[in-house]
Design a protein around this ligand. Sequence first.
Ligand SMILES: Nc1ncnc2c1ncn2[C@@H]1O[C@H](COP(=O)(O)OP(=O)(O)OP(=O)(O)O)[C@@H](O)[C@H]1O
Ligand SMILES: O=P(O)(O)OC[C@H]1O[C@](O)(CO)[C@@H](O)[C@@H]1O
Length: 510
Amino acid sequence: FLASSGRQSSFSPGVTAAVGRQQSSRDAVSVQGDVDESFGEEGVPEGWVLPKVPSGQIYLAEVPCLSDYFPSMNIRNDMMVQALSGGSPAFWNRLLGPDDCVIIDPICGPDRPGHKKALLRAGPRPLLHFDPQKTVAAIVTCGGLCPGLNSVIHHLTETLVKNYSAQRVIGVRGGFAGFYNRQLTPLDLTVSRVDRLQHQGGTLLGTSRGGFELDNIIAFLRAYQVTQLYVIGGDGTHRAAQKIAMECKAQQLNIAVAGVPKTIDNDVDMLDRSFGFETSVETAQAAITSAVTEASCNLPNGIGIVKLMGRSSGFIAAHATLASGDVDLCLVPEMPLVLEGPKGCLPHLMQRVHDKGYAVVVVAEGAGENVLGSSAEVDLSGNKKLPKVAEFMQHSIEDFFHRHNLPVTCKSIDPSYTIRSVPANASDQILCMQLAQNAVHAAMAGYTAFTVGLVNNKAVLIPMSLVTATSPRCLDPYGRVLERVLSTTLQPSTLPYRPPKGGLDSATQP
Ligand SMILES: Nc1ncnc2c1ncn2[C@@H]1O[C@H](COP(=O)(O)OP(=O)(O)OP(=O)(O)O)[C@@H](O)[C@H]1O
Ligand SMILES: O=P(O)(O)OC[C@H]1O[C@](O)(CO)[C@@H](O)[C@@H]1O
């Protein structure tokens, strides 16, 4: 895709960055839209130039566009233009072009590169590649459940039908198997069919793991004359969607393949967060509160254990711990499990029980691989099955207390499926709406093999190849989130010591 449009890498040089300038006049000029009002008359920002901070060029990650290979309809993009029957026309407030971008890493400093990587800003484009009235869209949900799946289905359908007057929206049932399993007949998605759907947990379409059969999927797309495919799923699903996009290109099919990243694990790279994650963290609070109640009421020495999902990363466990503030030990896959000794979690728990009478543990399902080993067994998608770390921890805690002649009462709670089967909360509802609308805007403009997301709180289009290259992501073991976990739980770090960045010496220098 990238080479055929004449560029060699997924990052191609784009707009030249603004370089440091002198302090500007204080007179403000009248501004429109999102132009920064602190810029002075000559378009020069106020403030100090930082001579040690390098500035450079901006490199844009190229999103493949069908208009590079197929003739475009080039239809003017007015909101609901086809749906209007005599009413006054409505217009999008802002139309985006190929140079509108969002910088990925906004942090600057003397030790940071001046050149910056950027992503294409998401939103409606002036011209449509597809004739919206001839658009046949298909939507599929894959992998595990996640709060907000129905919300994305609702908003994809509404945007396609209400804002773009799409001809047909087909719901593919039961994940990738729904493309060819005759028992899973596709569902016609209409505005009335998705009415109020966003308030329900789960997915109207159903989901599954495994069953990715590329030839059968392409056969379905051909048979139903699909022009836009919306694939909602995690990193595995995006790998699959990328293969579909590549096969469409190989077979010269003018089909846009759009991803909407979904996972409560929050392990799809580059995104601020994936939809459903916040809802899951919020829902986990009830389980942690119950664990606190159980632990503090079961005398003496109560310990509550809450197991949360997180196959290869501890985002849910760490964020639920921080949101709660009641947790004494948080175990995540990113930090090795040490049971005893100076860095051991068991002596730490005993100390917490000694200090406050009880303790609460949150454990991510993928934690402790260094002690428990990893299983050779896999699920239908090829994901490793995980050993039972919560049960192991309960047994280890009871054994440790008994060896120290102390009574202990452990109560374990497993809200894993509870936290991902609920409807999205308000903040995730808005995120689902934003992602769905932007996926449709981009597909209508002819972009393909992309996923939508929030990066630095701005909606962007990310090439699937970029997202899948580094997903699933993990928490930075030396990053702020785990640092905050350690600072609130007081648990010992089991990581090798690393001197702080920007050490004390440099901080005290003028
Ligand atoms: N490398 C791959 N190539 C083709 N298909 C894949 C690939 N990885 C996963 N899939 C397919 O994608 C679908 C979803 O994958 P998976 O079960 O790993 O969930 P996921 O999308 O990562 O979401 P979750 O976060 O819920 O695990 C499955 O149907 C699986 O067969
Ligand atoms: O039991 P299931 O449906 O395969 O889902 C379990 C997995 O789903 C995930 O939540 C990702 O969706 C993982 O954290 C977990 O391992």
